[in-house]
Design a protein. Structure first.
Length: 118
């Protein structure tokens, strides 16, 4: 009789565990179905908000780059104008012949490495 009682207990334990596993599997299936049905809505919302945010960030960065480019261009224009003025000044100076300079050798100074005479 003990074996019959033990079998009955074991059999009821198996049925209880099997029932709990079936309930867990059903809940898991229900959760997966719910996630699957909400996934397209969440993905669409996230994608559209992310693309709007990325578009706004891209516009801000682009306008910042345009401002920086305008500032750089104005600085480059100023440098270009200064170089033109220097070129014109150099061209004017090249037309004028420099005055004759007295060389140290003509004044009696020895050449490099030369000896002094006494």
């Amino acid at each position: 009789m003990r074996t019959a009682e033990a079998r009955l207990r074991w059999n009821s334990f198996e049925w209880a565990v099997t029932g709990l596993l079936a309930i867990c599997a059903a809940l898991l299936g229900f959760c997966v179905a719910m996630m699957w049905s909400y996934l397209p809505a969440v993905t669409t919302t996230a994608t559209s908000s992310a693309s709007t945010k990325n578009h706004a960030e891209a516009d801000a960065v682009l306008s910042g780059l345009k401002e920086q480019q305008a500032l750089t261009n104005s600085k480059l224009d100023a440098i270009q104008n200064e170089l033109r003025a220097l070129n014109q000044k150099a061209a004017g100076a090249a037309k004028v012949t420099p005055p004759p300079q007295a060389t140290p050798e003509a004044a009696g100074a020895p050449r490099a490495g030369g000896r002094l005479s006494r």
